[in-house]
Every structure is written in C-alpha cells, then in structure tokens.
Write a protein that binds this ligand. Structure first.
Ligand code: DGJ
Length: 369
C-alpha cells in the first residue's frame, strides 16, 4: 500500500513537471520568419537582441515588445510606430534552438517620468558582455525619448547573467573629446562639432569584446549619418575617451561586429526606420580600421531587403571553427510584438567576403562537426 502511494506521488510529480515545463517538444531546427516559441509555449520576445555565451550556456537578451503598437504624435512626420517599453528579456539555451524564458532582467519604470527607463521612452538593442576583471555582466543599450532626440547610451550591471540588472546611467559618449581621426573641418562645422561639449549622439549600437578583453561600443552617431567606434574603460562601464568616426556619411544602423581569422567584420543596415533595406558589410585588419566596405552580402530572393529583415548581431558558435550566425529582426511595424527572427548561417566566399543565403529551415549541422 505504502509503495503504491509512493509510485502515485512520483508519477504525479513527473506529470506536473512536464505540464509546468510547458510540454514543449524539443525543437531540432531553426525556421527563420516563423513564430519561435519558448519553453512555456510563448512567442520568444527578444527583439533587437544579442547573445552572450557564458559557462556553457547561451543567453539571448532583447527588447520585450508588448502591448499596442501605435504612432505617437511626435513621430507622425516620419511614421515611427512604437510600443511602450516593458524591459529587457532574457532566454537561455544550450543548443540555440530550444529557449528557456528567464524573465525580464531589466524592467521598465512605471511611475517616474524622469527615469531613462520610463515606459513612455525608448529602450532598444540591448547587448550584454561579461567583464572578467570585475566579474560583472554589463548591459549596454540605446535609451531615447519617444521622438528619438535624446540619442544616448544606457548602462546596467548584474552579478548574474539572468539578472536582475541594476541600471546605472545614460550619457552621450565622448563629451569634450575629439575623435582620433578628426579633421579640421569636423571641428568647426557639422553635428560632431555641435555635440562636442555635450557628447555624441548614440542610437543603434552593439558592443564587441576582442580576444585581448578590450571592449568597443559601435553606435550610429551624428544623426545616424556616421558610425562611431569607441573603446570602453577596463570595467566596460564608460567610454575610455578614444574613438573614431567610421563609414562617414554612409547612414548606417543596426551594427553587428565579429572576428574571423584575425580580421574584423562589420554588418549593418541603411536607415529606413522599420522598413528593410540592403544590408551593408565591411572588413578591417584592425578594429580601428581602415574599414573596407564589401557591399550587401545577401544573395537570392529578397536580397535587396536583407530577406525582409535588419541585422542585430552576429554570433560565433562555441566549439566550432568558422561558424557564425547572422541574427536579424523582421520588424512588423503595425504589430511590433509580432516581429519575427531571421537567423541564417554566415558563409564566406573565396575572397573572404560574407555571403548570406536564405534557408526555410536549418540546423547547426550546416557548420559540420
Ligand atoms: C531602425 C532602428 O534600427 C531600430 O532599432 C529602431 O530604432 C527603428 N529604426 C525605429 O523606427
């Protein structure tokens, strides 16, 4: 009798564990553009995101987009729809295919209109890096006012990859500092000179950590006309005060950076709000450049629209050489929470140029063993 009740209790706990884990069957492949579900059977909500690999686990951070998509009065001229800020979400995985919801690791602020993370503002493109010297997880993000005039970088830290992250501050980078490659005309005219004292505009962004532990903030600056690359302090919390203008006047957003065979690669989009446009790519021998533009790496149908998506990150696959995943957002400007994910394997041609081809369905075996 006692044995029977022990067995019943065991069976019930197995069944409830199954139910509470969301009864999601294991996924074996990635299907770009389809609705991707997490372990609870909910659509993964991590837009404009990036991935951190830490101690055997991938952590995917992104903008949690919830609620009504609307066009605020202040953005009517250029049609910039939005959802109110909910926060930064996090998902974890050991195979990049099955994702566990780790919750909101940096929530929006509901009751303080003066706070950067107030729900009525903008929080975009969060990226998390690990600082081995301080043992801290450092999140950089684009924080803005609803009309995108603030154009600042925000920083938050946590002792754990799954948060909670403590928000520190926002700022416009490199106030009072000229870029390393400044020219005489830059110092007297234009947006760079205008923003010299208060700091440079910083919108779409990524953070890249090099093999030597140095970290760099790439951000669309000067009203999105020119990208800046700015080295971070050793603790990754502030700009170090050394930066360069790159792709001057080329109007790029959505930067993503990776390193292959000692060379630095850069991907980005043009600036067309939520609409897709041809992707950009570039290569350099040194992170400080000179950067050589390689053009749109996409081939085939919808190549001119980056397969109807916009870059957000390029992820090196751990344990495999020469294996990178291009991560992009297929924005749905009328229903932003239903924006989908386009992940594709990065290929290289014989000259080392990036090539992106569409796949309806694929898995990590494309990279070999
Ligand atoms: C394009 C940017 O890449 C996105 O992050 C977002 O800021 C939209 N513009 C807003 O229209």
């Amino acid at each position: 009798m006692k044995n029977r009740s022990v067995i019943t209790v065991l069976m019930l706990s197995v069944i409830s564990a199954f139910i509470f884990s969301g009864c999601q069957s294991e996924k074996k492949s990635l299907k770009p553009g389809e609705r991707w579900l997490d372990n609870n059977g909910q659509p993964i909500n991590a837009h404009g995101g990036g991935i951190l690999f830490h101690e055997g686990t991938y952590y995917w951070y992104g903008e949690m987009k919830q609620g009504e998509t609307y066009l605020p009065e202040c953005n009517k001229k250029w049609g910039g729809t939005r959802v109110d800020v909910t926060g930064v979400s996090c998902y974890s995985s050991d195979d990049l295919t099955n994702w566990k919801d780790e919750g909101i690791v940096l929530p929006a602020v509901k009751d303080d209109p003066s706070h950067d993370l107030y729900f009525d503002n903008v929080l975009e493109r969060p990226k998390v890096v690990f600082n081995a010297k301080t043992n801290q997880f450092v999140m950089w993000m684009h924080v803005d006012s609803k009309d995108y005039s603030k154009a600042a970088a925000g920083v938050a830290v946590s002792d754990s990859p799954t948060g909670p992250f403590n928000y520190i501050e926002s700022f416009r980078p490199n106030a009072g500092v000229w870029p390393l490659n400044v020219t005489a005309s830059d110092t007297i005219e234009g947006v760079l000179a205008r923003d010299f004292e208060g700091g440079q505009m910083a919108r779409d962004m990524t953070v890249f950590v090099d093999d030597d532990g140095k970290a760099y903030h790439f951000y669309s600056s000067e009203n999105n006309a020119t990208m800046h690359i700015s080295e971070l302090t050793d603790d990754y919390l502030r700009p170090k005060g050394e930066y360069k203008r790159i792709f001057t006047g080329r109007k790029m957003e959505a930067p993503a950076v990776f390193k292959r065979n000692g060379k630095y690669y850069f991907m980005a989009s043009g600036c067309t709000a939520w609409e897709p446009n041809p992707a950009r790519s570039a290569v350099a021998e040194s992170i400080w450049g000179p950067w050589k533009e390689l053009g749109n790496p996409c081939v085939g149908d919808d190549a001119e629209k980056t397969f109807i998506s916009q870059s957000t990150y390029v992820l090196p696959i751990q344990g495999k050489s020469d294996a990178f995943v291009f991560m992009a957002d297929r924005w749905n400007k009328d229903d932003l929470p239903d924006s989908r994910y386009i992940w594709l394997p990065v290929q290289f041609d014989e000259n080392g140029n990036i090539v992106l081809e569409w796949h309806d369905e694929w898995d990590l075996s494309v990279f070999g063993k």
